[in-house]
Design a protein around this ligand. Structure first.
Ligand SMILES: Cc1cc2nc3c(=O)[nH]c(=O)nc-3n(C[C@H](O)[C@H](O)[C@H](O)COP(=O)(O)OP(=O)(O)OC[C@H]3O[C@@H](n4cnc5c(N)ncnc54)[C@H](O)[C@@H]3O)c2cc1C
Length: 391
């Protein structure tokens, strides 16, 4: 779907000609059903959940993060978190694809040149293109400091990229990748350490069909198995300078700004926790367990955990905390830990039914654990919150 030329050819339609993306403020029942339809199959097979992606593309959900002028529906961070939570309730793998798409769309909106915004954002808003983030590497995991992926200037003013990314969600499904590369020798004294990324790193937006870009979905994950989280390598991948997002060497400051957005992976965790709670309720009802006070009280405790996690995610999305960036980090930490506790509690409530491999609770548990490992990892969230105390 993407074209290697699309970043250099000024072929974007006039913005006024674009059909507006359908409103997508809440998930309709049919969309929920369609997103849920293959989640369990994708978990069992480990194959990318393409049907769910088709639903995301057609539902208008991919346009939520972008303003009307680009054909989007202009949701704020609270709206994005709600959409991600609702998708995660039925399909957490689809929710992380959606989250990454929103994250890249917003970074282009914030840091893209007017030409880049005009060329890319309408396609991302319409769901014609899916965006992915290719930042992590085998040797540059949590804090992305020692990247092996390089981007070197070419005599024609462009760039050539070489390297290998790992754990890229939507690998092989995305139409465009936001690739993090080392463009200059790191100069530690050039910029303050933001805890995530390093000096001399630059972002590039590379369409999927650019020669030299090769996705590989052979990575077998324990959870989020429908999310096509895999490898993306770039071999002598030539791009025009217009593919660069932001100034050369400023990726770390773009990354530092991400946490201020209020959009949080904690929303995925809230969706998973809610799904586990709903499963526990259905099980207790079906088995006549609601007559037991002890069971009812356990459900109340679990529901309280879910509500508390949702509240902190909502607060991050509203961006009303004294430091919205810290609130976003807290929301990811608190909600992802809560989801793991909730799933454990529900597993015990389900008894032996939950010990059957095909029971959904096992998928929720494996998916919930992934959120804690996703960037910034929960350990790194703590480090980012506390970094300034050590200066
Ligand atoms: C399901 C899933 C989807 C993902 N999707 C994407 C994606 O779309 N794009 C992408 O770029 N990446 C993605 N990732 C990668 C993710 O963003 C993490 O950054 C990456 O997994 C961390 O790498 P690591 O576990 O190899 O960390 P390592 O750096 O090897 O760290 C190992 C452990 O040490 C801790 N640690 C490391 N450094 C610090 C520090 N400075 N302070 C405190 N603790 C630290 C870590 O938290 C971790 O527990 C995904 C990961 C998963 C599991």
């Amino acid at each position: 779907m993407a074209s290697a030329d699309s970043l250099t050819v000024p072929a974007a339609p006039a913005l006024t000609d674009l059909p507006p993306a359908p409103p997508a403020t809440g998930l309709t029942a049919p969309v929920r059903k369609l997103l849920a339809a293959h989640a369990q199959d994708a978990d069992e097979s480990g194959e990318p959940d393409r049907p769910a992606l088709a639903v995301l593309r057609e539902s208008g959900l991919l346009g939520l993060a972008l303003p009307h002028e680009y054909g989007g529906t202009d949701a704020d961070a609270e709206g994005l978190n709600t959409a991600v939570e609702q998708v995660a309730q039925v399909n957490a793998s689809a929710a992380i694809m959606l989250f990454q798409h929103y994250a890249v769309s917003r970074r282009i909106l914030e840091h893209g040149s007017p030409a880049l915004r005009r060329r890319l954002l309408p396609r991302l808003a319409r769901g014609e293109w899916l965006a992915a983030s290719a930042w992590s590497e085998t040797g540059a995991g949590a804090n992305k400091k020692q990247l092996s992926t390089t981007a070197r200037r070419t005599p024609d003013g462009g760039w050539v990229l070489n390297g290998a990314k790992s754990f890229t969600t939507s690998a092989g499904l995305a139409d465009i990748y936001l690739v993090l590369a080392q463009t200059e020798e790191p100069a530690p004294d050039a910029a303050p350490d933001t805890g995530y990324g390093a000096a001399g790193q630059t972002f590039f937006l590379i369409p999927a069909d650019t020669p030299g870009l090769v996705p590989d979905t052979s990575l077998r994950l324990t959870g989020m198995r429908g999310s096509a989280t895999g490898f993306v390598s770039v071999h002598d991948c030539h791009v025009h300078d217009t593919a660069r997002l932001g100034e050369v060497g400023t990726a770390a400051s773009i990354i530092a700004g991400v946490r201020d957005s209020g959009a949080t992976l904690g929303a995925v965790s809230v969706g998973l926790a809610q799904a586990a709670l709903d499963l526990a309720h259905r099980h207790a009802e079906r088995r006549g367990l609601l007559a037991q006070q002890a069971v009812r009280h356990r459900l109340v405790d679990i529901a309280g955990e879910v509500e508390a996690a949702r509240a902190i995610v909502e607060r991050a999305g509203r961006r009303t905390a004294p430091d919205p960036g810290i609130a976003t980090l807290h929301s990811k930490l608190v909600a992802s830990s809560a989801a793991e506790r909730v799933v454990n509690a529900v597993e015990r409530m389900l008894g032996s039914a939950g010990y059957v491999a095909s029971n959904e609770i096992n998928r929720y548990g494996r998916d919930a654990r992934a959120v804690a490992l996703m960037g910034p990892t929960n350990d790194l969230c703590k480090e980012l919150v506390s970094l300034t105390w050590n200066r």
